[in-house]
Design a protein around this ligand. Structure first.
Ligand code: SAM
Length: 221
């Protein structure tokens, strides 16, 4: 994602009730933070948040955390969430209260979630890090898969979508080598049996309009 400094982004997100920053003490406290014991699903690298906001509206029985590394990106998601909630308020509808936006680098994710606190993980169009020497930074590398095991329930799934064939092949190979079981796998999500109910992310829209096929896998421990 091309990054632009957004003046005031840090201040704007720090002041919002919808946002947690990386100084937040959240590990083992998510039930308290949400004020209920609903399952928690997270998206790592949510970008502008279209996917997770739609998920939160479709599934009020689940709590969602949208994780994003950069304030300048997260602020765009925040503005969208505030606009949706303002509109809902004007119409007298219930606002989205099962979603928090978390500005945090997923490299440190184990500092923020305790064992079994996360039900499911979504990785959408994660940065490909094409150079071999950066492979460990990919969100589907063995290092990250090991981190996820330390947060997720045994029954938890990881769902990963990308149009990047090299990254997808790498991710499939890594998940296989690390002993994960595949629940779903397709090289053309939009023309597959798994497309029903699919929520398109910003990148998914952009790349599928360019004619790229969307790969998807869902794995479980
Ligand atoms: N998921 C969105 C979509 O599909 O439209 C955005 C995809 S964008 C290519 C990847 C996003 O992941 C960027 O916003 C980037 O800042 C974020 N990201 C990359 N590495 C991250 C990390 N280690 N922790 C948190 N967010 C990260």
């Amino acid at each position: 994602m091309r990054l632009r400094n957004v003046p005031g982004a840090r201040e704007e997100i720090a002041a919002s009730k919808y946002v947690l920053l990386d100084d937040a003490e959240t590990k083992g406290k998510w039930n308290e933070i949400f004020g209920n014991d609903h399952p928690i699903q997270i998206e790592i690298g949510m970008g502008k948040g279209t996917f997770i906001m739609e998920m939160a509206q479709r599934h009020p029985e689940i709590n969602f955390v949208g994780i994003e590394k950069y304030s300048s990106v997260l602020v765009r998601a925040l503005e969208k969430l505030e606009a949706i909630n303002n509109e809902k308020e004007e119409k007298g509808e219930a606002t989205i209260n099962n979603l928090l936006l978390f500005r945090m680098d997923a490299e440190n994710i184990e500092n923020y979630f305790a064992k079994d606190e996360v039900s499911d993980i979504f990785l959408n169009f994660s940065d490909p890090w094409p150079k071999d020497r950066h492979a460990k930074r990919r969100l589907t590398s063995d290092r990250f898969l090991a981190r996820y095991i330390n947060l997720m329930k045994k029954t938890g799934t990881i769902t990963f979508k990308t149009d990047n064939t090299d990254l997808f092949n790498f991710s499939v190979k890594t998940a296989n080598e690390e002993g994960w079981t595949f629940l779903k796998k397709t090289d053309d999500l939009h023309h597959s049996e798994y497309n029903e109910g699919n929520i398109m992310t910003e990148y998914e829209k952009k790349f599928s309009e360019m004619g790229n096929k969307i790969h998807m896998m869902q794995i479980i421990q």
